[in-house]
Ligand binder design. Sequence first.
Ligand code: E4P
Length: 221
Amino acid sequence: MKLFIDSAKIEEIQKLEDLGVIDGITTNPTLASVTGKKFKDLVSEIFETLSKDRIINLEVIATDYDNILKQARALAALDSRVVVKIPCIPDGLKACKKLSEEGIRVNITLVFSPMQALLCAKMGAFYVSPFVGRLDDISMDGMDVISEIVKIYKNYEYKTQILFASVRSVEHIRLAALAGVDIVTSPYNFIMEMYNHPLTDKGLAQFLEDWKNAGEEFIAV
Ligand code: E4P
């Protein structure tokens, strides 16, 4: 399973890039706007921060076919790592088909139902992004939507990859992996939480204490 960071904060992206744990990033207009940076500058910084085999998901803000095409082509031309995020609306899906035929990879975002996901696959999307947390936020079961998308894609052997988005907890990441999604995009804090277990901390403290008490010396390094 691939792991993306869902963030436009360079410090967070840099930290996880350094740890080598992420395969790419997702951003959206909200995440980009809270940085207070000009979009052009932010994008350049992201390109510099991530190594060459990472995936960088950047989103269009147009909502009509012609302008979605223009913005998507402009984003894709910036860097070979870019996957273009387009909202799940009729013009967006129409543009997805055209762009996919041109070889531009498209991530259809703001997906909330298996029927939307079915259309994304039919229109040749590279990624489909179901927003699980936002469904849970309104007391629906986001995981049910994921299970149905996984099943539908298996039934028809669609190549579109499922990108589990809108993560609210580490538990979401666990459930996503069990459901067999291709990618999870998570905020920084939940990725860092994945490293944690109290028994790891306790065990390590004990190992170091026992070593110290034994007065042992480590091999020459
Ligand atoms: C993914 O691409 C989205 O940017 C993101 O996961 C949305 O998450 P949110 O519901 O926490 O805003």
